[in-house]
Design a protein around this ligand. Structure first.
Ligand code: ISL
Length: 556
């Protein structure tokens, strides 16, 4: 029996508003800009839009540092503009999910301003501790590097921030904090929001007593703040007090450091429908810090996806993504810029034919790539800037050149350069100076050209969205890995009743042979989609694949 849900069938799209479309010429994307592009989203086949933060913010982390949860950043527009976007989406049957960032606020939020002055009831809204003889209370590190504690002159104590020092962590142990958050969530849900993407939601609870963390983990202290002791209690309470009172909404929890067993627990016990995990984002992680990269292996990639596909087969549901506003562009990471269009289609095929809800990140649908950054001055992202700053202070680092390779590959700014709409100056994103320079490849990589070319990544994504609508097996079918040992090909079979779909993906630039295992029997085979021309397709029993070739067959 299939547990049908609209959000399982949806194709989701993530917008990073600052970089989507600028309607005013000030170089910054905005809500009226999104409004102008609603038909674009509809044409692409989007059913669910995740909007990253548009709330009032001093922009230390470009909106993930919220100053006021109930107002829109003037640069992005007004509440009326937001309502127009919401209504325009709903008119097109596209649901709207907002970003819920409640592990921390901005230090400019009135809660923090009053907390640091010990004004009740805000005194205990954040996590304040005295230092240890002039040092921070413990050795915990921020996910952006450096100590997770900053001394506040006003209060004369340290406060905890798992991200930037301008993002103090709320104290979720305080019932008044939780009640304020719940009230804010109701405020948005009463304005017809269709759900939330919950930012780092498994970081809300910290080990009581704030003990030192084990040295040697990627982020020191993380065993004390990832999936902490009261996580399930908080989420159950949030469900009771807020989410269970609204029908038909969807919730996605972003969870660094969550395992598949952990994710299954979260989604079967509490308000979360799906989880964004990070295991496939660690496939190219080295042994060192977050900026230590190595080549990923196809065997690890298959193993990781397969574990999540089977681990959430009975309970739970995968939220699928290959890149987002925090990650390098997927073509540059898991594909091949030399085969930009073909490998973008290959990865798109993976994203849309695994079991789960695919989340497309703006620009992915035209195969946008990483950026050829040349100097430290070209970055805007706080995580990148802090890392560069820390590294340049070290004696063994002479200059940017020593770290440029890692930074160029891993910086979140790769994902944040403006959307490339056309071959006009600045990719048609703005008539002014863009807040972050446009990728210089915009004359070749842009929406206008992609829409005019029937063989583009854009049209392929459009077909992938249709394919999931036409074939239930691609949404609900079970997943079985095929030819597990193949060194170049990732293949799997999806099955639902008598319906079966076979996916064959060549992840490399050479031309390997695929042999269908004899155990998979069928009468007729029908080629549903491929990223190359396949003339008179032969049955998929045995064939040679071209570089980065992807095929999806229906088997009867
Ligand atoms: O971006 C990362 C790796 O480069 C992650 O460590 C990231 O910080 C983590 O995925 C959490 O991300 C979310 O919360 C952050 C914010 O900066 C990110 O943009 C957001 O997606 C803090 O709110």
């Amino acid at each position: 029996e299939v547990d049908r849900q609209w959000w399982k069938e949806a194709t989701a799209y993530e917008i990073y508003p600052r970089s989507f479309y600028d309607s005013t010429g000030n170089g910054v994307g905005d809500l009226p800009g999104i409004y102008e592009k609603l038909d674009y989203l509809d044409d692409l086949g989007v059913d669910l839009l995740w909007l990253t933060p548009v709330y009032d913010s001093p922009l230390a982390d470009f909106g993930y540092d919220i100053r006021d949860y109930r107002s829109i950043l003037p640069e992005y527009g007004t509440m009326d503009d937001w309502e127009r976007v919401r209504d325009g989406l709903h008119d097109r049957d596209i649901r709207l999910v907002m970003d819920l960032v409640v592990n921390h606020t901005s230090d400019e939020h009135t809660w923090f301003q009053q907390s640091r002055r010990e004004v009740d009831p805000y005194t205990d809204y954040y996590i304040w501790r005295e230092g240890e003889s002039g040092d921070p209370p413990n050795n915990w590190e921020s996910l952006f590097g450096g100590s997770a504690w900053t001394y506040d002159e006003v209060r004369g104590e340290y406060y905890l921030h798992l991200f930037d020092e301008k993002q103090p962590d709320l104290d979720w142990r305080n019932p008044a904090v939780r009640e304020d958050v719940y009230e804010m969530m109701r405020w948005w849900l009463d304005r017809d929001v269709d759900g939330f993407r919950m930012d780092v939601v498994n970081l809300l609870s910290k080990t009581e007593g704030f003990p030192d963390g084990d040295a040697g983990s990627v982020v020191t202290g993380s065993e004390h703040f990832i999936n902490g002791p009261r996580m399930h209690e908080y989420l159950r309470e949030m469900d009771e007090r807020v989410l269970s009172n609204y029908d038909d909404i969807v919730t996605v929890g972003e969870m660094p450091g969550v395992s598949v067993d952990g994710a299954r627990e979260y989604v079967s016990d509490g308000p979360l429908d799906m989880v964004f995990h990070f295991e496939h984002m660690r496939l190219d992680a080295g042994e060192g810090d977050a900026w230590d990269f190595r080549d990923w292996e196809l065997s690890d990639l298959k193993e990781t996806f397969t574990r999540w596909q089977t681990g959430l087969a009975e309970d739970g549901w995968n939220a699928l993504y290959l890149n987002n506003h925090d990650q390098p562009r997927m073509v540059s990471r898991f594909g091949d810029e030399e085969y930009r269009v073909t490998s973008a289609k290959l990865l798109g095929t993976l994203l849309h034919t695994l079991r789960g809800t695919p989340f497309v990140y703006q620009g992915e649908e035209i195969g946008m790539t990483n950026v050829p950054f040349e100097s430290a001055g070209q970055f805007a992202d706080v995580e990148t800037l802090r890392y560069v700053e820390r590294m340049l202070e070290r004696d063994d680092v002479e200059g940017f050149a020593d770290i440029s390779e890692a930074v160029r590959y891993g910086s979140r700014d790769n994902a944040r350069t403006p959307m490339q709409w056309s071959d006009e100056p600045n990719g048609g994103f703005t008539t002014g100076e863009p807040w972050l320079a446009v990728n210089p490849n915009y004359p070749e990589v842009n929406v206008e050209d992609a829409r005019a070319d029937p063989n583009s990544v854009w049209h392929y994504y459009r077909r992938l969205a249709d394919l999931r609508e036409e074939h239930d097996v691609l949404v609900y079918g079970r997943y079985d890995l095929v030819a597990p040992e193949h060194p170049q090909i990732y293949s799997y079979l999806r099955s639902l009743g008598d319906e079966r779909a076979l996916v064959v993906l060549n992840f490399f630039g050479d031309e390997p042979r695929f042999d269908l295992p004899e155990s998979i029997e069928y009468g007729e085979a029908d080629l549903l989609l491929a990223n190359y021309d396949v003339e008179r397709p032969a049955p998929p029993d045995a064939f040679d694949l071209r570089p980065y070739e992807a095929r999806v067959y229906r088997l009867d």
